[in-house]
Ligand binder design. Structure first.
Ligand code: HXC
Ligand code: NAP
Length: 259
């Protein structure tokens, strides 16, 4: 287990921090000493999330943000620095997704997901760069992707393409910004139970049980599994890790390839 001061003194911005995996990362970071800024479109949900963190003794604030808008993202990053004094960790977690066979996907449907996932991640990295470079802990970017971006994702070409793009962006920045002390990594969760992602992709279409069987471990992961990986990468424990894609998927990827 991590000690209570694992992220002491760090400031983290988590996009999509008001729900699901993003909220779990934010809650865990705050418990381990970080100050967290939660960004997303639904302000009410963000406020409720921040309140649950502060009630548990953590430091949290919110900034309503649509990551498709560069100016809003830049404003959120500046608000974070004004409020907490620095920005040390950026977690690009916000995403949009829906199942739609490619032949029926409209250009706007394609653009919407590319805008949220890929462009939103680029905007965050770009606007955060000077602050991450100034971090006394060494800057850290973590983007949440999926190995379905590597394998291809029938029924979700938009999300597959966006996530593959984020992987390429992250590996590029790991090299470009390594000299600035900024580490850039991705995490690839497998199917995580009790999330909007798994609901949309598998539960709603009755494929939940099949998806669990497709993992080597035979079950969905927990949000905490992803938060633990995000702590490791953001903390000094991961100080020499950059350009990595940390797969936390219960063997879903390997089973896909091996069987
Ligand atoms: C086909 C669809 C569609 C659907 C939307 N569109 N939903 N097309 N099937 N189910 C099309 C619309 O018709 C429209 O195109 C375009 O997409 C934009 O739709 P809007 O509703 O106007 O978009 P917006 O209000 O901006 O909402 C964005 C969204 C929405 C992505 C569509 O679902 C959302 O806000 N999602 C956020 C939450 C989320 O998706 N969480 C899951 C992340 S999980 P036209 O041409 O009609 O204008 C994940 C991976 C999970 O990423 C992995 C599991 C293993
Ligand atoms: P989720 O709860 O729906 O999280 C997505 C978050 O993104 C929401 O909080 C949403 O907040 C935010 N968001 C969406 N569009 C946005 C926009 N335009 N601007 C700002 N924020 C926006 O889903 P989740 O399942 O936890 O997914 C979290 C991440 O994990 C995603 O990157 C997803 O691709 C990845 N992932 C999930 C799984 C899984 O099993 N669930 C597996 C692999 C990867 P608002 O609605 O308030 O904007």
């Amino acid at each position: 287990m991590f000690t209570h001061d694992t992220l002491q003194g760090r400031v983290a911005l988590i996009t999509g921090g008001g729900s699901g995996i993003g909220l779990e990362i934010a809650t865990t970071y705050a418990r381990l000493g970080a100050s967290v800024m939660l960004a997303g479109r639904n302000e009410e949900r963000l406020q409720a999330a921040a309140q649950s963190i502060t009630q548990a003794g953590g430091a949290a604030a919110v900034c309503k943000t649509d990551v498709r808008n560069y100016d809003e993202v830049k404003h959120t990053i500046e608000t974070t620095v004004d409020r907490f004094g620095s920005l040390d960790i950026l977690v690009n977690n916000a995403a949009g997704n829906f199942i739609c066979p490619t032949a029926g996907l409209t250009p706007n449907g394609w653009r919407t997901v590319i805008d949220i996932d890929l462009n939103g991640t680029f905007y965050g990295c770009h606007a955060a760069y000077p602050h991450l470079k100034a971090s006394t802990h060494g800057g850290c970017i973590i983007s949440i992707i999926t190995m379905l971006g590597v394998s291809g994702w029938p029924g979700a070409a938009h999300a597959a393409s966006a996530k593959a793009g984020i992987l390429a962006l992250s590996r590029t920045l790991a090299v470009e910004w390594g000299g600035d002390g900024i580490r850039v990594n991705t995490i690839s969760p497998g199917p995580i139970g009790d999330t909007e992602g798994v609901k949309r992709m598998y539960i709603d279409s009755g494929l939940g049980e099949l998806e669990e069987k497709k993992t080597a471990l035979g079950r969905f992961g927990r949000k905490q599994d992803i938060a633990n990986a995000a702590v490791y990468l953001a903390s000094d424990l991961g100080a020499y890790v950059t350009g990595d894609n940390l797969i936390v998927d219960g063997g879903r990827w390997l089973k896909y390839v091996a069987q």
